[in-house]
Design a protein around this ligand. Structure first.
Ligand SMILES: Nc1ncnc2c1ncn2[C@@H]1O[C@H](COP(=O)(O)OP(=O)(O)OP(=O)(O)O)[C@@H](O)[C@H]1O
Length: 449
């Protein structure tokens, strides 16, 4: 029976309202705990069917690999003036080639394959539309998402992330306009991690913020969260962040970002038809835009004094990020050291957790940066083996939860009255188990009421 229902939903997801899907997914979850038939499928599938109907593209299953994109930037004016040569070539949409490997008899493979590679003449809009868009926009369907930029200093991380953030926000507002049947609430927060201290980019107070453990992930204590009025409001906040972010001059980039920046947009939405009613549910998810500080070695940036201290901290965070990614790329066995840096603690859900993630690895084509470019591609190769497990985040109102638990109680009681015939079943044990379940549910209903 369950198999039949799941097949029906698989093919007809478009005909169901969000509330119906919520009801069904909650029901499936409840059934899953007692059902032996492993054909029961995860509710995430229904949600993603709904999401993909709106935005097309890849089907989302609960488990998927991190999407890895590589963006090569063109040679800069100064590099051209120095007669730098470009050593990298994107030979098709997925492969990037190191052209000079024959001459230097390199041990490294010459061709590297990723989900998508972008040549130096590709625009940020192209990187967004053909790469990051689908993942970023999962947030409107209640699925957490994250877009990272990783690469050495001056490779184009900030240049790329400014565009990606703007295009995503424009599409989100466009989506909201086209879905008047839902009420949306957008919240924005922004932080930077500078020398291993977390700072609120929306506050004039630069006191470092504490990280607190929470079952749902790490919380940044006292981080400002602005409820957005409109797009203009968000644009204003983005320019505040840009002005607040630690910028320093290194020998490679005159406006080098010295910190890791995390911009977070949280979207909550509920169907207007059900607002304030017993069965109202809310979809809630966040999209993170992460612009990491340069991944180069401190020595390469010819750092001294403050810049050297920054380099050490930046590298400590990135080193942990690299270690976490390497560990996760080999499967989720054993301990993963997320807690070794603030960056990995905050980003834990995006790294193998409840989120869809895309990493844009930015590369400088210059021969003088070849070692760093190879390190970036090594990181990218590990990242593409990492799997995340995104779920739709449905928040039920207290009333809806009570109603659901009462229904579940009634179902269990009716099961008790008419147990399924089975020759091998131990009725006494089954009864004890059901009694315990009923007791537990009754307690939950009492507490919630
Ligand atoms: N794809 C691109 N096309 C044209 N110019 C680019 C591109 N990517 C980067 N640039 C230019 O290269 C310079 C360095 O870029 P950007 O500041 O984004 O680097 P970054 O990786 O963020 O560096 P850092 O880690 O030091 O902050 C900037 O002047 C930027 O305008």
């Amino acid at each position: 029976m369950l198999k039949l229902i799941s097949e029906k939903i698989r093919t007809e997801a478009s005909d169901y309202s969000i509330e119906t899907l919520t009801e069904l997914s909650v029901h499936f979850r409840a059934v899953k705990t007692t059902e032996k038939d492993n054909t029961v499928i995860n509710c995430t599938y229904f949600w993603s069917s709904w999401g993909s109907l709106n935005y097309g593209g890849r089907q989302v299953f609960s488990e998927e690999k991190i999407l890895v994109l590589v963006r090569l930037r063109p040679l800069g004016e100064k590099e051209i003036a120095r007669n730098e040569v470009s050593d990298w070539e994107c030979i098709n949409e997925t492969t990037i080639l190191f052209r000079n490997s024959l001459q230097e008899r390199s041990m490294f493979p010459t061709a590297h394959t990723f989900d998508r590679v972008f040549r130096g003449d590709c625009s940020t809009r192209q990187v967004y539309e053909e790469g990051a868009r689908e993942i970023a926009l999962s947030v409107v369907s209640g699925i957490n998402s994250s877009i990272f930029a990783y690469g050495q200093t001056s490779s184009g991380k900030t240049y790329t992330m400014i565009g990606i953030t703007e295009y995503t926000v424009a599409d989100i507002y466009d989506y909201i306009q086209r879905h008047e049947e839902r009420a949306f609430v957008l919240k924005f927060s922004a932080m930077e991690i500078y020398n291993e201290a977390v700072r609120d980019l929306l506050s004039a107070d630069s006191t470092p913020l504490r990280l607190l453990d929470d079952p749902g992930g790490t919380i940044v204590e006292k981080l400002t969260e602005e409820t957005l009025r409109d797009w203009g409001h968000l644009k204003g906040l983005l320019s505040i962040c840009e002005a607040q972010r630690q910028i320093g001059e290194t020998s490679l980039n005159e406006t080098s970002s010295r910190s890791h920046q995390i911009l977070r947009l949280t979207i909550e939405s509920s169907a207007r038809e059900f607002l304030g009613k017993d069965n109202s549910t809310t979809l809630a998810a966040s999209v993170n835009f992460v612009d990491l500080a340069g991944s180069e070695r401190a020595s390469q940036a010819l750092s001294v004094g403050t810049r050297l201290k920054e380099g050490c901290h930046i590298n400590r965070s990135l080193l942990t990020l690299g270690t976490v990614i390497r560990k996760l790329s080999k499967g989720r066995h054993g301990h993963v050291n997320y807690r070794d840096s603030k960056l990995t603690r905050i980003l834990q859900p995006c790294l193998g957790g409840n989120a869809r993630t895309a990493i844009i690895c930015t590369l400088s084509p210059a021969r003088s940066h070849v070692e760093q470019s190879r390190n970036t591609l090594l990181f990218a190769s590990c990242a593409k083996e990492v799997t995340t497990n995104a779920q739709v985040n449905v928040v039920m109102s207290d009333k809806a939860l009570v109603k659901h638990l009462q229904k579940e109680l009634a179902r269990l009681e009716s099961e008790l009255r008419t147990p399924a015939p089975s020759s091998t079943c131990d009725y006494a044990a089954l009864l004890r188990k059901k009694d315990l379940q009923i007791e537990k549910l009754e307690k939950e209903v009492r507490e919630l009421t």
